[in-house]
Write a protein that binds this ligand. Structure first.
Ligand code: GTP
Ligand code: MG
Length: 197
């Protein structure tokens, strides 16, 4: 990946990103509970260590962070949901910002719903998947941290999660920042969705 840039952080007053031709830049948003690995995936996928701030403490990303790729595609790192160790007013503020972004962003081209391979999807995960389907927003399910499960268990575990999600038509990607093949799998999926040349 060439020419990767951090563009802006914002919670309200989101930037309007355009290509050099003046067209709205399509955006891929990374959503999922705190600590699932959204920021880590961005750094790994873009091969740019430290670009997105990562932490083992949930609640690291507190703003919507916009990253651009060659001025033609943007990745949006969202705050995590389900993080209870912040003041309730903060959590409400993040949730409102995520909600508004999802509903009102005309350039939102794809939601990557990140799920920890080891865990059962939360009510928030299920609600987001249901909403994406009812609002006809393109969704891709990304199972993260696959390296933390024995490979023999990854399939059964993620299959169970998919049954709960009931998003049969959504593409699925298995991702680990310790797996060099993960990038290529995600690129292939983005390619099929016409978001990657
Ligand atoms: N073993 C393993 N750990 C991972 C992987 N991806 C992320 N992690 C770890 O998970 C923790 C959380 O990663 P983040 O990328 O900060 O998670 P996030 O979803 O951005 O979290 P918030 O910003 O709080 O919403 C960090 O300690 C990462 O090192 C992975 O593929 N495998
Ligand atoms: Mg983060």
């Amino acid at each position: 990946v060439k020419a990767v840039r951090f563009h802006t952080s914002a919670l309200t007053d989101l930037p309007t990103l355009r290509t050099p031709q003046g067209v709205l830049m399509p955006e891929i948003a990374l959503a999922g509970r705190s600590n699932v690995g959204k920021s880590s995936l961005i750094n790994h996928f873009l091969q740019c260590k430290g670009l997105a701030k990562v932490s083992s403490t949930p609640g690291k990303t507190q703003l919507l962070n916009f990253f651009t790729i060659e001025d033609r595609l943007a990745l949006v790192d969202l705050p995590g949901y389900g993080f209870a160790k912040a003041p309730p007013e903060k959590i409400r503020e993040w949730n409102r910002a995520i909600d508004r972004y999802m509903r009102e962003r005309p350039s939102l081209a794809l939601i990557l719903l990140l799920l920890d391979s080891r865990r059962t999807p939360s009510d928030d995960d299920l609600a987001l998947a249901r909403w994406a389907q009812s609002a006809c927003k393109p969704l891709c399910v990304v199972f993260t941290k696959t390296d933390t499960l024995p490979s023999s268990r990854v399939h059964a575990q993620t299959q169970r999660a998919l049954e709960l999600l009931q998003s049969a038509s959504a593409p699925v990607v298995h991702y680990s920042i310790k797996d060099a093949g993960a990038r290529a799998r995600l690129i292939a999926t983005l390619h099929e969705l016409h978001l990657w040349d």
